[in-house]
Design a protein around this ligand. Structure first.
Ligand code: PLP
Length: 254
């Protein structure tokens, strides 16, 4: 039977990132996607201008109605946007113990707009720590979490281990912004797995959203965490090679 996945994420009207991209990824991987928006953003393919977080009541009530109708196999959490939204996320996660939860920490857009107030980082971690199957920060998010610059391959193993301890969950540290050789590094608390990547001269909108949603699809299909990360990474690399060029910034052709 088709697996039903739920994304709880921001709405990007360009459909290049966030909730609408997650739905496309779920569908592409043979899953059925449900979506609860946490925030509406004003953005196009290359820049986030503003956003408005939605009310926790709206989020929890939507979840309540969906849950009476669908059997959810896994969850993806993207942009949360406000501490009030986090209270809703907390309620929903408490109701989904034992199901895979992949969290992409969407702290800042690549155009530089903060999507979570830095002052709310502590409450973000408090709500999510220990409740995730996988946490997928990039180097900038890792730097913010650890309070020091992480921008070199040799710093990644220690950083992933520290984030793993901080969030009490496996951490996939994404090295897409490394200068020369690019890797992602998975620390599951016991082992580290290095995932070599190709450095491609493209900056496609929504790369982080694509990867985290694809990992969730592989997890609910029964793959181990490290294989799910590797397979999803290969898939994203494949799609990065032939992006859509209908907008100022390339988009995934899904
Ligand atoms: N908007 C939403 C809703 C997102 O989830 C994200 C990233 O996850 C972004 C914007 C930023 O995307 P990018 O960094 O590709 O510009």
């Amino acid at each position: 039977m088709k697996k039903v996945l739920l994304t709880i994420a921001g709405f990007d009207p360009s459909s290049g990132a966030g909730l609408s991209l997650d739905l496309k990824v779920f569908s592409r991987f043979g899953c059925y996607g449900l979506a609860i928006p946490t925030a509406l953003t004003i953005q196009n393919s290359y820049r986030v201008y503003d956003y408005k977080a939605l009310s926790p009541r709206l989020i929890v009530e939507t979840y309540r109605r969906l849950k009476t109708d669908f059997k959810i196999s896994g969850l993806k959490i993207g942009m949360t946007g406000s501490p009030r939204v986090l209270t809703a996320v907390k309620t929903i996660l408490a109701d989904n113990q034992g199901r895979p939860v992949v969290v992409d920490p969407v702290f800042r857009s690549s155009s530089g707009r903060w999507l979570l107030d830095k002052n709310h980082l502590a409450s973000y971690l408090k709500v999510l720590a220990g409740r995730m199957t996988l946490f997928t920060p990039n180097l900038e998010e890792a730097s913010l979490l650890l309070g020091r610059k992480i921008n070199q391959i040799k710093q990644m193993e220690k950083a992933a281990r520290e984030i793993n301890q901080l969030v009490q969950a496996p951490c996939l540290l994404k090295g897409g912004h490394l200068q020369d050789q690019v890797i992602d590094l998975l620390d599951d608390g016991q082992e580290t797995t290095v995932i070599p990547k190709q450095k491609l001269p493209v900056n496609v909108h929504g790369t982080g959203c694509f990867l985290s949603s694809a990992i969730l699809c592989f997890l609910v299909k029964g793959y181990s965490l490290s294989v799910a990360c590797q397979q999803a990474s290969l898939t994203v690399d494949k799609f990065l090679k032939s992006p859509l060029t209908i907008s100022r910034r390339p988009l995934f052709d899904l």
